[in-house]
Design a protein around this ligand. Structure first.
Ligand SMILES: Cc1ncc(COP(=O)(O)O)c(C=O)c1O
Length: 349
């Protein structure tokens, strides 16, 4: 506040923005990070930077926050929804390949709940069909896939700094890429396509991250390892405590496969049969158990009018069964035990 620079219209951004970008760049081990004002802007800018627009198709899961699809719509391209794997709720590579047409330009895998999508198979499909991969890593900062940070594996990775995220600035976002040309486009796009003064060279918008938000994000970056450690500790305890109930087969707990590391943005369980009833009981006990996402995007009123009655079996099933339990870094052991006890109690009722 004392510096007086609340934001900067320079193509490279203000001082704090550049400092935040450097920190995230180092963390992700990528060549470029471009900070923007939301995860939605990150996705929108990424698609624009790749030249995606009218007449193009983009493949993405319907089991995601609607922003992923909205960003595609905002470019004029058509979102084509793919089904998910029932194991980790991320895009099913077989369905991705099945839905490729000669109009397909890009795939947006979403690392939902912080679970890395099947990137090896998705990269193979990218090579085979000459597509782009734009990772929606809005929920997965800190998750890794065989040693690589999610968001650093495809052509671009998009992050959100929204209030609920593992790393937050209230609102904000960022795009990572090893491609210098894309990074240059992204820097123009976040600033109305301008380079020097009012010389708009490409279509862009105001997607700038304010300096105050960048200052908050910078401090949060320093806390990130500790945040991840505490979330992991909470997830581990929940897992241990819920393990006994798990054997009843009506409750499925999230499993971190070998080689993958979750950021535990969400601890999402699957409850067969009485999910809504259990959620209600947990909410009544003051526990913020939440459903992400019901309905899935293709069944929302807006998207159901444009997605041609498409049927996505695993997605539709998951939307009826998933429940995310609190795992935030600020929760105490007593609170985690309380949550686990209430889940067991609700399952027994
Ligand atoms: C999977 C996913 N994609 C995109 C977004 C959009 O991010 P933002 O809310 O920062 O625009 C979010 C978060 O809200 C998200 O969870």
């Amino acid at each position: 506040m004392e510096e007086g620079n609340l934001t900067s219209p320079a193509m490279d951004g203000g001082k704090r923005v550049r400092e935040f970008e450097e920190l995230l760049k180092g963390y992700l081990k990528v060549k470029n990070v471009v900070a923007v004002n939301s995860g939605t802007s990150a996705l929108h800018a990424g698609l624009l930077a790749a030249g995606i627009g009218h007449g193009d198709e983009v493949l993405l899961p319907s089991f995601t926050f609607v922003a992923t699809a909205n960003a595609v719509m905002a470019t004029g391209a058509r979102p084509v929804f793919v089904d998910i794997l029932p194991t980790d709720y991320t895009a099913d590579p077989i369905d991705i390949e099945r839905k490729i047409t000669d109009k397909t330009k890009a795939i947006i895998p979403v690392h939902l709940y912080g679970h890395p999508a099947s990137m090896n198979q998705i990269l193979e499909i990218r090579e085979k069909h000459s597509l782009l991969v734009i990772e929606d890593a809005c929920q997965s900062l800190g998750s890794s896939y065989f040693g690589r940070q999610t968001g650093s594996i495809g052509n671009m990775g998009c992050f959100s700094l929204y209030a609920s995220k593992v790393l937050t600035a209230g609102e904000g976002g960022a795009i990572s890429t090893d491609d210098d040309d894309l990074a240059n486009n992204l820097r123009m796009i976040r600033n109305h396509g301008m380079v020097e003064g009012y010389d708009t060279r490409v279509l862009g918008l105001n997607m700038r991250l304010p300096e105050i938000s960048a200052a908050i994000a910078k401090v949060q970056m320093q806390k990130l390892p500790r945040i991840l450690e505490l979330r992991r500790k909470n997830a581990k305890l929940l897992h241990q405590l819920l393990g006994a109930v798990n054997q009843r087969l009506s409750l499925k707990l999230p499993i971190e496969p070998n080689g993958l590391s979750y950021n535990w943005y969400l601890y999402t369980v699957t409850i067969y049969n009485k999910r809504d009833e259990i959620k209600k009981q947990l909410n009544n006990a003051g526990i913020g158990a939440t459903i992400y996402y019901d309905p899935p995007v293709h069944m929302t009123p807006y998207y159901s009018t444009i997605s041609d009655g498409i049927k996505l079996e695993n997605t539709e099933m998951a939307s009826k069964d998933v429940l995310s339990l609190p795992v935030h870094q600020s929760l105490t052991e007593v609170e985690i035990r309380f949550i686990a006890n209430k889940v067991v109690e609700a399952m027994d009722n």
